[in-house]
Design a protein around this ligand. Structure first.
Ligand code: COA
Length: 144
């Protein structure tokens, strides 16, 4: 089941999956987590939070229309490959369409590239390195 969640609910998974479990929960917050329009989604398997994604109103580069940035997309290991990530992201995109957002973008890890390409994202940057984490691309999907 997909629910809107508080950012605090996402922090343990952000830490364990995206930060190697090395940070404090507070260090896993993103600066835009609580700005107006930001929201966080969770996919629950029973009572267990299995997959998370955060959406922040933020334009990319020179793009003018209403853009959102996807951050903190992660599924805990035992639930990967079951379509939870795909469903959660699709829910976010449909919700954003209702919010009149024009596009969604993200800095995506090269390892997760296929996941985003399957969802209709396009690569809009050369490959770049994020220190410690590894190679990334900027990806973009038009919403309306
Ligand atoms: C990327 C991630 C969020 C996908 O979540 P998920 O719930 O497993 O995704 P889904 O089950 O909806 O997968 C959809 C498709 O993407 C593919 N896929 C998922 N993760 C992938 C990965 N890391 N690399 C390549 N393909 C991947 C799956 O094979 C699946 O394709 P298929 O249906 O054709 O087999 C998850 O693998 C994850 O948390 N990875 C570690 C953290 C991470 O890299 N997050 C993204 C940061 S940019």
């Amino acid at each position: 089941m997909i629910r809107f969640v508080n950012v605090e609910d996402t922090l343990p998974i952000r830490n364990n999956i995206l930060r190697g479990g090395k940070l404090s929960l507070d260090e896993c917050r993103f600066p835009n987590d609580k700005i107006p329009g930001a929201f966080h989604l969770g996919y629950y398997e029973g009572d267990e939070l299995a997959c998370i994604a955060s959406f922040h109103p933020k334009k990319y580069g020179e793009f003018n229309d209403a853009g959102y940035q996807l951050r903190g997309m992660a599924t805990i290991e035992k639930y990967r490959g079951k379509g939870f990530g795909n469903q959660l992201l699709n829910f976010g995109i449909v919700y954003l369409r209702g919010q009149k957002a024009n596009y969604l973008w993200c800095n995506a890890r090269k390892k997760a590239l296929q996941f985003y390409l399957n969802m209709g994202f396009e690569i809009i940057s050369p490959e770049f390195e994020v220190p410690v984490i590894g190679p990334h691309y900027v990806l973009y999907v038009k919403i309306q």
